[in-house]
Write a protein that binds this ligand. Sequence first.
Ligand code: 6PG
Length: 243
Amino acid sequence: MEIHISKDTEQLSNELAEWISHYIQQVLEKKERFTFVLSGGGTPKLLYSKLAEMPYKESIPWNRIHFFWGDERAVPFEDSRNNARMCFEELLEKVPVVAENIHVMRTDIDPDSSAEAYESILKTYFQDSETTFDLVLLGMGDDGHTLSLFPGTDVIHEQNAWATSFFLPAQDMYRITLTAPPVNQSACVVFLAAGSGKAETLKNVLQGERNMDLYPSQIINPENGQLHWFVDEAAASLYQSGK
Ligand SMILES: O=C(O)[C@H](O)[C@@H](O)[C@H](O)[C@H](O)COP(=O)(O)O
């Protein structure tokens, strides 16, 4: 695991945009397509808007990138809470992507069918390949959740399905989410977290005892891939470097 600490969210977004751009170029030197899992939540908005600006708008080979999502709130695409919609607004509408390469988690069908359909897209994509995505961008909630793996939920320990759906009473909505297995088979996972509200949880996730039911983010640990945390100083304020 590698942790990158930036001064504030502006610097964090700039540094991560640069890192992602460099990583994409590197991977695309060796293969034709790049698979990128986008995250919802508030923190990546600034990152996406940076990637949509120069120089990345022109330097990244957008037409060779295939986009997926880590999780989705089962609300219509038009709803401002829809994760895919946010990603379109901040990034995908602004750069030359190929429409067929964008794989949203559908919310115009029932959540179970949507999760099944997503899993079958992924299985078709990756077939028997040992490695899944080139890059999975994840957020972490103040409570330690990532994807839609919320503390105390069964989905944290799902071993078979690659995508699933369930009702989240606290938010009165269904969620559709990737499970840990396809994420842990990816080539690289990047967590992006910012703000003092995440400081205690970040410390517990990275340096506390292992308790995935309490801190689901701990379950994410690519078997043969890289794991990076990009955080700002506020989120890292309780993290003890060098420990
Ligand atoms: O749909 C969601 O809510 C997200 O996919 C979720 O997993 C998010 O990444 C975290 O909650 C962090 O969100 P913030 O960046 O807003 O803190």
